[in-house]
Write a protein that binds this ligand. Structure first.
Ligand SMILES: *[C@@H]1O[C@H](CO)[C@@H](O)[C@H](O)[C@H]1NC(C)=O
Ligand SMILES: *[C@@H]1O[C@H](CO)[C@@H](O)[C@H](O)[C@H]1NC(C)=O
Ligand SMILES: CC(=O)N[C@H]1CO[C@H](CO)[C@@H](O)[C@@H]1O
Length: 490
């Protein structure tokens, strides 16, 4: 069976493009915006500040000379608000603006949040070509046949034995992250400040799966049938026993939305139970979410995993014994330098299951994603900004820590995609979105529309912004058009 790329509804994609065009209208000063958002903040923030200060001084001098103070003040506040993406009703305090008291809503957190989601999606698409192959020899053969030993990402032709998607598409796991992002940005959650709620999301997810023409996993199918045919709402629609990697795949957009703000644990519970209604699945989702949140807020991956293994003090969540033991094992193997390969596969074998196993079963899948991210990260956190993102290797280069981590994970096979999603999220959160190679972005089919949704998602972090209200109006208009088209098509 040939399955085509866009397995979600095409209309959603067009709405996204319209949203993007509208956003561009709203960007008063695109140069200031680019300066502040697209590149690693550290490299540009200081030159930006210096330049702004010089321009300001020049303006003040000129205005005294020419008595145009009032007009210029207006221009400056206008471009700052739009440029920094934190414009508020009154023009906004701009840089360093904290939307929530005690929150961390500065530009750096936003970039890390954006990096997490895009890093996860690109890693998933990059891995899809070699997904679910449980034999390392087979992977080695495939890539050497195609001369792809240097670059296994976006492997062509896609060789997953369980489905046939076009190159650049998301795997079934990436396609499970996507409805979470859509729910909060263009779905019903967008009318509630981009938030997650169990009953609304369960309905949305079941409908998304029923539209899906790709491969549905067991728990995806069972939640869809329980809700649409069995009439079970949230959380009864969720599988009572399944604890596989689907749980942690869904938390990545939730972290981008809630990091440093109240409500993350509740949102994780809501999203996970829609499909996997049991405490163990929720716990694996929470562990992944808390660690990723920590990284988004500024810790290194190493610090974040260590903090969680020590009990996640201050998170308000008490981790289960199983979860703590799993995390402590990750730290032990990190410290002793155990190759990840020897945990996934039995020593000396390229296909026999090792102690963690290469599949999507937890806690092995979670542990492997964390250890893979730790092993890819530089040891000293002071190296992160240079090795990880826009530093010595240049923004979007093919040789960032992110790219190396994702590649190493691809070559380990198995349920490479769900591992890749969390590992990719952590590495791109740590370094910022500039760590994602340009060449990979270009090969991912829905990169641009995903970027629009993610930017939209992080705008909800500073609720009440004027720009957001305009976007909401725009949504309403899109919904009306959407209904109009749907009626016309009948
Ligand atoms: C499912 O498809 C229908 C019909 O194309 C569309 O109206 C709806 O928005 C889709 N739902 C989701 C959640 O993607
Ligand atoms: C996906 O489905 C296959 C076949 O039903 C199953 O073997 C596998 O464990 C499932 N994976 C997940 C993550 O549910
Ligand atoms: C090598 C490996 O772990 N492959 C797994 C990838 O995921 C699929 C779906 O869960 C498993 O069936 C494979 O065993």
């Amino acid at each position: 069976m040939r399955v085509l790329s866009s397995r979600g509804p095409a209309r959603e994609y067009h709405r996204v493009i319209e949203l993007k065009e509208h956003r561009q209208d709203l960007m008063v000063n695109s140069d200031v915006r680019r300066c502040n958002t697209v590149t690693a903040w550290k490299n540009y923030l200081i030159p930006c500040l210096v330049t702004s200060a010089l321009i300001l001084l020049l303006f003040l001098w000129a205005s005294r000379e020419h008595n145009i103070v009032a007009r210029l003040r207006l221009d400056i506040s206008g471009s700052n608000g739009a440029g920094l993406g934190v414009g508020t009703e009154g023009g906004g305090p701009g840089l360093g603006h904290t939307a929530h008291p005690g929150g961390h809503d500065d530009e750096r957190v936003r970039r890390r949040a954006v990096g997490a989601v895009l890093g996860a999606l690109v890693a998933d698409a990059a891995t899809m070509g070699l997904h679910w192959i449980y034999d390392l020899e087979k992977i080695r053969e495939l890539i050497s046949e195609q001369g792809r030993s240097e670059e296994p990402a976006f492997f062509q032709p896609p060789s997953c034995p369980h489905y046939e998607y076009e190159s650049g598409s998301l795997s079934p796991y990436g396609d499970e992250l996507l409805p979470v992002l859509q729910y909060m940005t263009v779905g019903p959650g967008s009318h509630q400040e981009g938030t997650m709620d169990g009953p609304g999301f369960a309905k949305f997810l079941a409908e998304y799966y029923s539209n899906y023409t790709g491969r549905l996993n067991k728990s995806s199918r069972s939640m869809m049938e329980a809700l649409l045919q069995g009439g079970h709402g949230w959380p009864e629609c969720g599988d009572p026993r399944d604890t596989q990697a689907n749980a942690f795949v869904k938390v990545i957009p939730l972290v981008a939305r809630y990091a440093g703000q109240p409500g993350l644990a509740k949102a994780v519970d809501a999203a996970v139970r829609a499909q996997q209604n049991n405490d163990e699945a929720v716990m694996y989702g929470l562990v992944a979410a808390l660690i990723l949140e920590r990284v988004v807020l500024g810790s290194s991956i190493t610090e974040a995993v260590q903090w969680a293994a020590d009990g996640a003090a201050g998170s308000g969540v008490s981790l289960s014994r199983t979860a703590l033991e799993a995390l402590q094992a990750v730290i032990r193997h990190r410290n002793s330098g155990t190759p990840l390969r020897d945990l996934l596969y039995a020593p000396g074998s390229s296909s026999k299951t090792g102690s963690w196993g290469p599949s999507c079963a937890n806690p092995g899948a979670l542990q492997a994603a964390l250890l893979g991210a730790l092993q890819a990260s530089p040891l000293a956190s002071r190296d992160l900004d240079t090795v990880g993102g826009g530093g010595s290797n240049g923004e979007g280069s093919d040789d960032t820590v992110y790219a190396r981590g994702v590649r190493a994970n691809i070559l380990l096979g198995g349920d490479n995609c769900s591992r890749g999603i969390l590992l990719g999220a952590l590495l791109a959160a740590q370094a910022g979105p500039s760590a994602i190679p340009f060449s990979w972005r270009a090969q991912m089919r829905i990169y641009h529309s995903s970027e629009v949704l993610v930017e939209h998602l992080v705008e909800f972090r500073s609720g009440g912004a004027r720009r957001q209200k305009q976007l909401r109006h725009h949504h309403q208009r899109l919904h009306r058009q959407h209904r109009h088209h749907a009626t016309a098509a009948r």
